[in-house]
Unconditional design. Structure first.
Length: 395
């Protein structure tokens, strides 16, 4: 089939959650179909464009630079010209024109992230698939809940309402909606028909399941966090953790270290790390295996967000015991106390972390359960299911 693939940034290199999913999908589609990618270029995407084309030489690419930061001025502009702030941030007339041109001869339009629904022609013979990386409106509602500034809270609630209307509109236009189990429940709440939706998962590097178990004695008395350090949900979670959890962990186990891994950390994280003790900001690490082997506990202290967290699945694949929040475990069939520890309470997180740092038997039991459960979430099974979904749609 001929597929128009619309996404919000170049899906390469696959080093973060959303990009990993987009890359796996387009790479899979390109092996079987004629694929045309239309996307904006952000940050350092242009530096990787040639490498992407080398990796997928049969994919036709149309990409142009689009840089609109998330600022108050752009928020105001979005009210004048578009449905939401992020739709405005991803808009470019050249992208819209090209997408409409390619859509005329496409069999399938794959809308990867709701923001690119704006490029789908209002009338098209092609089938339209909306791939929800997460129920976006939920993330903004949760951010509004924890915001203490009354003005910011009002702005966030208003933006969440705009996103909710837009996601519903694009879902109504789509012939099929792919979403994680927890996001399907949220989308049903805003009126998206359940029969239009199929389950997807946002997976990580499941090839890590083939690596041997790490021995408890090989690890350091260390915590690790791996993620995008400019993403507000990660920034907020790390700042909360460094204030509410880390000082007590350090008081009770003073030799413990905390490695925060990711490029270009937000300046608030840099300041908090400098003010703390035994905290290392590593920057970007290409080969994470040395940290996977020495990190005794993986922490994911998210207070808002939505969708499946790839960082969690990667930790499960590698068998690193995890302490996270209910936000961190959404969409996965896992049980606190078996594969990981899950709590939003700071004191309970401290106790769980200390137990995993010192109790070898508990650590080994959780490692075994984590890797066993993670085998249910494989790319091969997921992509095979999506092939069936798309073939059924087009038949």
């Amino acid at each position: 089939m001929r597929i128009l693939f619309l996404t919000t940034q170049l899906p390469y290199p696959p080093v973060s959650g959303g990009v990993i999913k987009s890359w796996r999908l387009i790479n899979h589609f390109a092996k079987k179909h004629d694929v045309h990618l239309v996307c904006p270029l952000k940050n350092d995407d242009a530096d990787h464009l040639s490498a992407f084309k080398d990796a997928l030489p049969d994919v036709e690419v149309f990409a142009v630079p689009v840089e609109r930061p998330r600022t108050p001025l752009n928020l105001v502009r979005s009210y004048l010209v578009s449905g939401t702030l992020n739709i405005y941030r991803n808009f470019d007339a050249r992208l819209k024109k090209k997408a409409e041109e390619v859509a005329q001869r496409a069999d399938l339009i794959f809308v990867d992230h709701y923001e690119t629904g704006q490029f789908v022609p209002r009338k098209t013979r092609a089938k339209v698939v909306l791939h929800e990386h997460n129920a976006e409106y939920v993330m903004w509602e949760r951010l509004a809940e924890i915001e203490s500034n009354p003005l910011k809270k009002t702005v966030l609630r208003a933006e969440a309402a705009r996103i909710k209307r837009t996601e519903r509109k694009y879902a109504e236009h789509a012939d099929l909606v792919l979403a994680a189990p927890n996001d399907i429940l949220e989308l049903k709440k805003i009126g998206v028909p359940e029969e239009k939706m199929k389950v997807t998962y946002h997976l990580g590097e499941d090839e890590m399941l083939e690596l041997p178990d790490t021995e408890f004695s090989e690890t350091e008395k260390a915590l690790i966090f791996i993620g995008t350090l400019t993403w507000e949900a990660n920034v907020d979670g790390i700042l909360w953790f460094l204030k509410e959890v880390w000082p007590e962990v350090l008081r009770r186990e003073p030799e413990t270290r905390f490695y925060i891994i990711g490029k270009n950390p937000d300046e608030r994280i840099v300041k908090a790390a400098a003010d703390g003790h035994n905290i290392t900001l590593t920057g970007f690490i290409r080969d994470l295996e040395p940290y996977h082997r020495k990190g005794r506990v993986f922490v994911i202290p998210l207070r808002f967000g939505s969708g499946i967290k790839v960082k969690l699945l990667n930790a499960l694949y590698r068998g690193i015991p995890v302490v996270t929040t209910p936000i961190g475990t959404e969409g996965l069939d896992i049980t606190s106390g078996r594969e990981l520890y899950c709590t939003a309470d700071a004191g309970e997180q401290v106790d769980h972390i200390l137990a995993l740092l010192t109790d070898r038997a508990k650590w080994e039991s959780m490692q075994k359960a984590a890797r066993s459960t993670a085998r249910k979430y494989s790319w091969a099974a997921l992509l095979e299911a999506h092939d069936r979904d798309l073939n059924q749609l087009l038949s």
